[in-house]
Design a protein around this ligand. Structure first.
Ligand SMILES: [Zn+2]
Length: 203
């Protein structure tokens, strides 16, 4: 339902129980539609109306609220630091002598010792996903554990975005189709390293 239709429904509330339910739904739909239009403030206040009629928070409202908060965080980050800095994405594949070096750009707001957590996580995931296929296709890789043909890679990106040349170092293990054996082992390594340094991703 478009924002205008929702507003008409809200204006025609007669105060009856049926009308109250329709009004409540209209607030939620209006909130969704305002969120899509990028009006985060108005979307939040429609959610407040929905919550007050519902006498407490319920799921459809909560998940939309989380999305709005994340959008707020990203928007604030862009407003605080609209500039980007050159950075280095260094991919260290197990068994390779030299790392692959990829030039990238990063928002200057993330270049500090304690960057905002959610946007920093999203950025690491974005860089890993962006280059995963290209790295896979670079050459035929062999499994780090059993030397069979690799069909996937397990990433462990560690953030060094606070350095004078901001960097992400990604420790990568190519894995074969034997997921239970070589893949599980690679995941255990990655999880151990992620606890020590960054986070690990499987695309
Ligand atoms: Zn293997």
């Amino acid at each position: 339902m478009a924002a205008e239709d929702c507003r008409q429904v809200l204006a025609s509330d007669t105060g009856s129980e049926d009308s109250r339910k329709i009004t409540q739904k209209a607030h939620l739909r209006l909130a969704r539609s305002l969120h899509q239009l990028g009006d985060l403030e108005e979307a939040s206040s429609e959610l407040d109306e929905f919550r007050s009629l519902n006498r407490g928070p319920v799921d459809p409202e909560l998940s939309l609220r989380v999305q709005i908060l994340q959008d707020h965080a990203t928007r604030n980050l862009e407003a605080d630091a609209p500039y980007t800095r050159p950075m280095r994405y260094e991919v260290r594949v197990t068994g390779e002598l030299r790392p692959l070096i990829i030039d990238e750009e990063v928002s200057s707001a993330l270049c500090c010792v304690k960057p905002p957590e959610i946007p920093a996580e999203i950025f690491l995931m974005h860089v890993v996903n962006k280059y995963h296929d290209r790295i896979m296709q670079l050459r035929p890789w062999t499994c780090w554990s059993c030397s069979s043909k690799a069909v996937n890679m397990i990433h462990t990106p560690a953030s060094y975005l606070h350095l004078s040349v901001p960097m992400i170092i990604d420790y990568v293990r190519p894995v074969c189709a034997h997921g239970e054996r070589c893949g599980q082992q690679a995941r255990r390594f990655a999880e151990g390293m992620a606890r020590a340094a960054g986070t690990y991703y499987e695309t």
